[in-house]
Ligand binder design. Structure first.
Ligand code: EPU
Length: 424
């Protein structure tokens, strides 16, 4: 298992280019299942989760090719032949986002069998809302032997439009129902829809494929179903979480970095907090120049759905707070168990206590290097940030979690002057 070894204390300096968004790319890859024509994608991030999704799509029958040798961000997908409508437990257990094939397969093939994802490290993460919405659209769904077995039963020939109000805001739930609704008969109204920019990016691609969607970017999506979708080309939006992660790294380790190819307007809640922490930022349309001198100031925050502070940035800003002057409280409202980085940050000398869904952080002037273990994707990123700010050597074990969602993070940090190496 690969590890990252770093020696902290070097300020970061230079430029970093942000890759395409993981959480936009994953549903977008699944959208290819809705048409028998090619989908051409650019700015696809080269990540383990993307490779896993491509493997699942290939098992279903999709062909994936990279027209430019050596450039894995340019991808052509073709789902003209679907040979299986199944996502097995083996695939789904390695990546929960595999559930995103359910809506498109059901809409196009009229049946689908997808393993239940089950819980994961950060929480129980049920998919009841995906199922409830598809049932409202006329699907007959049975849960059998750990599998969701869904079909459209005669006399229905296609899914049918429905008014769906989900009990809570769910990102992949909204995406699954949105994709399913594009090929349904009649109108679907999705209320309480997730407004995350990644949902908007998927919707933009679907519109290019011929879908009729209004309300994109709002919490009410209205979809007029069409009989068929066609091929399209799309550039995946930049990853706001990767951009936010590098900004936190600068806030913690100091220095001056130009973050290129990002969308600052998707990062408002994060930028407000980083500014309060003392990060100096100049913001352009697709770049942020960030500099930090001295110790950050502690900032309290609470995670919530977009446009509020993202749960996917909670661990990284906690690492900044760990070395900040003052104390802060961090409340996690999306996932019930997303504090596993706390005990690892404490191993590096942080002083963080957990009370229910709130972490209380007493900023320490210095962290000191140690051997720590990554427990999930964003937890890994927070440990890297803390390690870059700590004195001495830090080793982060189990960084396969990091590789799921960051495109060559240690190479990008090396280019910024960090002393960091991957140990095979
Ligand atoms: N929920 C239910 N029932 C459902 C669906 C969701 O109870 O049917 C609950 C979840 O258990 C959770 C909350 O609703 O407590 C929100 O979950 P959501 O469905 O929005 O999460 P997700 O779609 O499974 C996506 C991202 C996550 C990100 C969350 C929240 C993808 C592939 N994943 O997950 O990304 O944290 O939205 O923004 O888009 C990450 O990138 O590190 C990551 C975990």
């Amino acid at each position: 298992m690969d590890k990252l070894r770093m020696v902290g204390g070097t300020p970061l300096k230079g430029e970093v280019t942000i890759a395409g968004a993981k959480n936009a790319a994953l549903p977008i890859l699944c959208a290819c299942l809705l048409t028998n024509q090619p989908i051409i994608l650019r700015n696809v991030p080269d990540l383990q989760d993307v490779r896993t999704m491509l493997k699942l799509l290939q098992e279903i029958g999709v062909t994936a090719s990279f027209p430019d040798a050596g450039d894995r961000s340019h991808l052509v997908l073709n789902a003209s032949i679907i040979k299986s409508s199944e996502a097995t437990y083996e695939m789904v257990k390695t990546m929960r986002a595999s559930i995103l094939v359910l809506g498109p397969l059901l809409a196009r093939m009229h049946s689908a069998k997808v393993s239940l994802p089950g819980g994961c490290a950060i929480g129980a993460r049920p998919v009841d809302q995906h199922i409830k919405g598809l049932k409202a659209m006329g699907a007959a769904i049975k849960i059998k032997s750990g599998y969701i077995q869904a079909e459209i039963k005669p006399p229905l020939e296609r899914l049918k439009g429905a008014s769906i109000l989900t009990d809570m805001i769910t990102v992949t739930g909204t995406e699954n129902l949105l994709m399913a609704a594009t090929l349904a008969t009649g109108t679907t109204v999705l209320e309480n829809a997730a407004r995350e920019p990644e949902v908007g990016d998927l919707a933009e691609l679907l519109v290019k494929m011929g879908a009729k969607i209004s309300g994109i970017g709002s919490d009410k999506l209205i979809i007029e179903g069409v009989e068929q979708l066609h091929g399209a080309e799309h550039v995946v939006i930049p990853d706001r979480i990767e951009a936010g992660t590098f900004l936190c790294a600068v806030a913690a380790a100091g220095g001056e970095v130009l973050v290129k190819n990002c969308r600052p307007n998707t990062l408002d809640a994060v930028l407000v907090k980083l500014k309060d922490a003392g990060l100096i930022m100049e913001v352009g349309p697709d770049w942020i120049k960030a500099s930090m001198k001295g110790r950050p100031k502690a900032v309290s925050f609470r995670t919530s759905e977009y446009p509020a502070f993202p749960t996917d940035m909670q661990a990284q800003l906690m690492a900044v707070n760990a070395i900040a002057s003052g104390s802060s409280t961090i409340t996690e409202t999306i996932f019930e168990n997303r504090f596993m980085h706390v005990q690892e940050l404490n191993r590096l000398g942080a002083d963080i206590a957990i009370e229910g869904n709130t972490a209380i952080v007493q900023g320490e002037e210095k962290l000191s290097g140690a051997i720590v273990m990554a427990t999930d994707l964003r937890a890994s990123a927070s440990l890297v940030i803390a390690g870059l700010a700590a004195q001495g050597e830090t080793q982060v074990d189990r960084i396969y979690h990091l590789d799921r969602g960051y495109d060559r993070m240690e190479q990008k940090l090396t280019r910024l002057g960090a002393n960091i190496q991957r140990i095979k």
